[in-house]
Structures are given as C-alpha cells and as structure tokens.
Design a protein around this ligand. Structure first.
Ligand SMILES: NC(=O)C1=CN([C@@H]2O[C@H](COP(=O)(O)OP(=O)(O)OC[C@H]3O[C@@H](n4cnc5c(N)ncnc54)[C@H](OP(=O)(O)O)[C@@H]3O)[C@@H](O)[C@H]2O)C=CC1
Ligand SMILES: O=C(CO)COP(=O)(O)O
Length: 313
C-alpha cells in the first residue's frame, strides 16, 4: 500500500519519519524549499525513504493519504483539491472542530470526497517523540470496521502502536476537546492558581467533554481511551503542548507567537456555538473562548467558574 502525507508540519513530518521505517513514503508540502531539514520539526533530517514533493498530483497517486493539516485549514484545502483525493483512503490527523461548519474533520472529508474511505488518527503523541522513535500508542478510527483494520495494519510500526475503533465521532471529539481543556489547564498554571486547581479544571473539563460527546452520539468508552482521557492527560501536563503553553501565556499575560498552531482556541469558539445550539452546558470551554477573545480577564474567569450554582458531581 502506497502512503502519502499531505502537510509537512511538525506532525506530518514526524509521521513520515515513523512510517519510512516500513517503506517509501511521500511527503507533500506547498513549500519544500527547506530540503531535508524541516524547520517545523527541528533537529530531524529526513531519511532517504521519504520522497518530498510540492506536486499534489504526484502525492495523490498513493492510495492511502494522511491529511496532517490544522483543522481550520482542512476545509479550504479540500475545497481546492477534493477531486484529487476522492476514492482514496483518507486519514485526518486534525484535532479540532471546523469553526464555519461546526463539524470534525471526518465530516469535512466525507462531504468533500463522498467516494473516499474516511478515518481519523488521533491520541497522545507529540511530533518530536514520534520522530525520535519513542514508543507511542494512537487510535485509528474508521466507521468501516474492515477498512479500519486494514489501515491499522498499514500504519502501525514496532514503535507506533495503533488501536482501532469504529467510533469516529468519539475519537475526533476527544482529540479536539482536549485541546480546549489544555488551554484552561495552562491558564491555571500560568496564573499561579496551583496544581489542585489544575486537577479540578481537567476533571470538570473531562466531564464536559464526555457530555458533549454523548450528545453527538459518541460512545462513553471512547472518551476514556487514548483519544480522550489519554490525550487530555498528556496535553494538560506537558509544556511540550502548544495549547498548554498558549494557556500559560494567557494566564500570565505574556505574549504568544500567533503563527503557532493552537487548535484549541478556534475549537473553543466552535464548542461554545455547538453547546448553545444543543443546550449542552460547557462552562470551561465557554470560558476558554471568552479568554481567547479577550472578553474576560483571568481573575474574572476563575471567579465566574468558582461561583457558579453549587451542584451534584
Ligand atoms: N504537533 C503535534 O505534536 C501533533 C499535532 N497533531 C495535529 O495535527 C494537525 C497538524 O499539526 P502540526 O503538524 O503540528 O501543525 P504545524 O503548525 O506544525 O504545521 C501545519 C502544516 O499545515 C500546513 N498548512 C496549513 N494550511 C494549509 C493549507 N491551506 N494548505 C496546505 N497546507 C497547509 C502548513 O504549511 P506551511 O508550512 O506551508 O504553512 C504546515 O506544514 C493539528 O490538528 C494538530 O492538532 C496531532 C498530534 C500531535
Ligand atoms: O495533540 C498533541 C499531543 O497529542 C499535540 O498537542 P499540541 O497541539 O497542544 O502541541
């Protein structure tokens, strides 16, 4: 099975390095002027088994295409290129909810490419860890169980262990929502509110993740798996996470590089819109959206969360 990765950001490049251990991989980027050393993944020189190209037609000849693009870029990319991708096995790695359509990446792919087999690759995994060959376990979600099993085998390596599920909704929501909660956890630490407060925000954040996921038809056990609780744990506790670092900057009122991909900021706004539409209470996500938009201060946000009406856990 030929594999191409579309998007040579940190994660696409790391996946290419990991999969090149199994055989040839094509890595597509709109700009390949960096040669064999991608500044998005510093310190890694691409092995010879990776063919780098800026020709999308060339890359799209592969039958398995991994789309490693940010969630808010995916819709625009598909609008321009869906015709090249339809009928293929398409696997999105995006961890976010599209702000204009309020859907996850799988629906964007299925709408744009109705003949394609659509899957999602998600779970706790920093690009730098994968590129170094450190052991990593991920979730491969595909509604078609047989197709998912085939993809699981195509994309697993001795250090990249894929579990599979047919619950695409649960898997992609876990990956998207944990980024929002990671921002909240970063705010708590950045503002000096302490580890106890972080544990509280992560736990209450997980409660609202499962609440929204259930409303959208996800299976509860998916949220306690790698793609939900697993990735939430990683992202809320590590300064390797861009979402966590962005939250820290918000909490400590420090500047943050706006060119950095922070999926949770736009996704918090999408979640706030979804929760209003569904009548689903998502106070942590609403607060992250308000903080990211500068509508509340950190002090006000903490006070508003702490003084909500008392309730059962
Ligand atoms: N980094 C990580 O550790 C992990 C990331 N992910 C997820 O993977 C997704 C990608 O993240 P990551 O690789 O880190 O992001 P990066 O910010 O490192 O890279 C984003 C890439 O997307 C490309 N891109 C953006 N918009 C477009 C477009 N319209 N057309 C073509 N290419 C585009 C950029 O190209 P250009 O360089 O030309 O701007 C860049 O190569 C995110 O959803 C993230 O949450 C998942 C697991 C781990
Ligand atoms: O999704 C990730 C780890 O699983 C990467 O997190 P960040 O996008 O916050 O860096």
């Amino acid at each position: 099975m030929s594999i191409a990765i579309l998007g040579a950001g940190a994660f696409g490049t790391a996946l290419a390095v990991a999969l090149a251990a199994r055989g040839p991989v094509t890595l597509w980027a709109r700009d390949t002027s960096w040669g064999r050393d991608n500044p998005r993944l510093p310190g890694v020189t691409l092995p010879d088994a990776i063919h780098v190209t800026d020709d999308l037609g060339d890359a799209a000849r592969a039958n398995t295409l991994l789309l490693a693009l940010p969630a808010q870029a995916l819709g625009g990319f598909l609008a321009g290129h869906a015709v090249l991708l339809d009928g293929k096995r398409l696997v999105s790695t995006a961890k976010g909810i599209d702000l204009s359509k309020l859907t996850g990446p799988s629906a964007l792919l299925a709408d744009a490419c109705p003949q394609a087999t659509v899957a999602v690759l998600t779970g706790p995994s920093f690009a730098a860890d994968i590129a170094r060959g450190l052991p990593t376990a991920l979730t491969l979600a595909c509604a078609d169980g047989d197709a998912g099993k085939a993809l699981q085998h195509t994309l697993s390596t001795p250090v990249l262990r894929l579990y599979r599920t047919t619950d695409v909704t649960g898997a992609e929501l876990g990956g998207a929502l944990k980024n929002v909660i990671a921002i909240a956890a970063g705010v708590v630490i950045g503002a000096g509110l302490g580890d106890s407060a972080r544990a509280a925000i992560v736990t209450r954040g997980f409660a609202e993740m499962t609440r929204l996921a259930a409303r959208l038809g996800a299976r509860p056990e998916t949220l306690t798996g790698l793609s939900g609780l697993g990735d939430l744990t990683l992202t809320c506790t590590s300064a390797q996470s861009r979402n966590f670092r962005y939250g820290q900057a918000l909490g400590s009122e420090q500047p943050f590089d706006s060119a950095t991909t922070v999926e949770g900021a736009a996704t918090a706004r999408a979640v706030a819109a979804l929760s209003r539409r569904l009548g689903c209470d998502m106070p942590v996500a609403a607060m992250v959206a308000a903080l990211a938009e500068g509508r509340v201060s950190v002090d006000n946000a903490a006070e508003m969360l702490m003084t909500r009406p008392l309730k059962e856990e």
